[in-house]
Write a protein that binds this ligand. Sequence first.
Ligand SMILES: [Zn+2]
Length: 140
Amino acid sequence: MIVIDLKCSQDHYFEGWFAGLEVFYQQQKDGEIQCPICDDHQISRLLSPVAIRRHGEAPPQPVPEAKPEATLTKQWQELKNYLQTQFEEVGTDFAKEALKMHYGAAEKRNIKGSSTAQEEEVLQKEGVEFFKIPVLKEGN
Ligand SMILES: [Zn+2]
């Protein structure tokens, strides 16, 4: 069950309990949701609060809403397979190897490993393109 904050066209705020988000949208479409105060059927969902962040701060990561868990797990598995089969594990030598490849001292290839924040700064200054591997909770 999920709780959704709702509002009717008369600006009455109330909570609704639904088996899932799809159920809510279906019931909303069919006009089955009723305002407990005025019996109105024009129900809309209250949006999440938004905030303005100070300059220079990273924006918060968007939370994928109502995304089936299975899809996320599948994407994560695909990414993991890709990294496992297509990338060479260089561990903490990542920055060193990346710089060597950047200056042609080593053959260009896919590598993965770990780096410190300072190392990443050096790589960025040197113009080395790299990406962060998202650390996701593995499906249990
Ligand atoms: Zn109402």
